[in-house]
Ligand binder design. Structure first.
Ligand code: PLP
Length: 417
């Protein structure tokens, strides 16, 4: 991807010092080479301190009564909502809903907006590179309603084929659901163009920003998207907290997806009136300390600067492509580094991904193997599994070198010629 304006490079030693897990040996004594941030990112001290600080000094339930702690923790939670609003440049914090993660957020859109708006015969457009979280909820909805799933065409090098966009996005399209950054190919998709195409036929667009949020500055107004989701844990925040951004007019019109406490204004014997936004979509006790951790994580990446993080990861991606390509039998899937984020998925001829993963892991190198929750994509790639290396702010060229050395050692061990 473009690294934008020239910025001072980040102080990688200072960054790495922030992540306790990177500074202690693994149980087998090896240095941890963490190349699995696409699955979940490690947590900096600042996030850990914020979570512990919440539990140790002001933890209580939120939005319940007016106790000193209750008020303080409720204010802190709402301050995080405002922080997320600013991070996404949403026009109101009422458009920011806390969920447990991207998966739940996408299911909320399907269960609430989808059931209310998609009719039999309508079409839901997805892409071949979607994570199952942005595919199966639409399949469930389509089955229930009698709607149809359509795929946008993809080029051989793993980009959406925009020249054939109108084959899939038509007057029958009700919804376009697309990832901003593929969790396997690394492809960065042109969200604004897709939003324009969806809106031109009266459809809405849902963006899965689970992979892009830690790497690309995201402006929901500039992108002109209707819904956008992400998970805190890929952005250096704790697990269990995620975000659903929704355009206010849609959220106002949608029924609540789940019922329970906090999402009601009044409850009668046989009916209820929902609470105003955002509470309407937040049934039950939210992940409180996790949300506080998300606020600290947003501060953390904002302090470093997403532009600087993107430039750092882009340089690593270019370097890793160069190094990996020189290995015999290694095939990288997806576009060139100029068109992708810091994710590199590959296979090595003659070696099962599982075996490579095992041998790398023994040397302290954490990557991921398998279909990465993208079975339809792997079918198109013609392989059952790939190895994926994915970068975070803390990775270095030495990590890439360790991966290359680890792969060379694995080749020897597997007696590949
Ligand atoms: N979408 C993409 C592109 C992902 O990579 C992931 C997780 O790997 C998800 C959605 C699901 O995220 P979560 O499991 O945090 O809900």
């Amino acid at each position: 991807m473009e690294s934008g304006a020239i910025q001072p490079t980040l102080d990688i030693d200072a960054v790495r010092a922030d992540f306790p897990i990177l500074n202690r040996p693994l149980p087998n004594g090896k240095r941890l080479v963490y190349l699995d941030s696409g699955a979940s990112a490690q947590k900096p001290r600042q996030v850990l301190d914020a979570v512990l600080g919440c539990y140790e000094t002001y933890y209580s339930n939120v939005h319940r009564g007016k106790s000193t702690l209750g008020l303080k923790v409720s204010e802190s939670l709402e301050a995080v909502r405002e922080k997320v609003r600013a991070f996404l440049n949403a026009s109101s914090s009422d458009e920011i809903l806390f969920t447990s993660g991207s998966t739940l957020a996408l299911n909320v859109v399907a269960l609430s907006w989808g059931r209310a708006n998609v009719k039999a015969g309508d079409e839901i457009v997805v892409t071949p590179m979607e994570h199952h979280a942005n595919l199966v909820p639409w399949q469930l909805l389509a089955k229930e309603i009698g709607a149809r799933i359509r795929m946008l065409p993809m080029t051989d090098d793993g980009r959406l084929d925009l020249s054939r966009m109108d084959e899939a996005i038509t007057s029958r399209t009700k919804l376009v659901a697309v990832t901003q950054l593929s969790n396997v190919l690394g492809t960065i998709n042109p969200i604004k163009e897709l939003a324009d195409a969806a809106h031109a036929v009266g459809a809405v667009i849902v963006v899965d920003a689970a992979q892009s949020i830690p790497h690309l500055p995201t402006d929901v107004q500039e992108l002109d998207v209707d819904f956008l989701v992400f998970s805190g844990h890929k952005l250096y925040a704790p697990t269990g907290i995620g975000v659903l951004y929704g355009r206010r007019e849609f959220l106002e019109a949608m029924p609540p997806a789940f019922g329970g406490g906090n999402m009601i204004e009044r409850v009668h014997d046989d009916h209820f009136t929902p609470a105003p936004l955002p509470a309407k979509f937040e049934a039950g006790t939210p992940p409180i300390a996790e949300a506080i951790g998300l606020g600290a994580a947003i501060d953390y990446v904002a302090d470093i600067g997403l532009g600087r993080i993107a430039a750092h990861e882009h340089a690593l991606t270019v370097y890793a492509h160069e190094q990996l390509k020189s290995l015999p039998g290694l095939v990288i899937y997806g576009p060139s580094p100029a068109r992708k984020g810091g994710i590199i998925s590959f296979t090595v001829q003659g070696a099962a991904a599982e075996d490579l993963n095992f041998l790398l892991d023994r040397n302290g190198i954490a990557v991921r193997h398998g279909h990465h929750c993208t079975m339809p994509l792997h079918e198109r790639l013609g392989v059952p599994a790939t190895i994926r290396a994915s970068f975070g702010v803390y990775n270095t060229k030495a990590d890439v070198d360790a991966l290359v050395e680890g792969l060379l050692a694995a080749r020897k061990r597997l007696r590949l010629t």
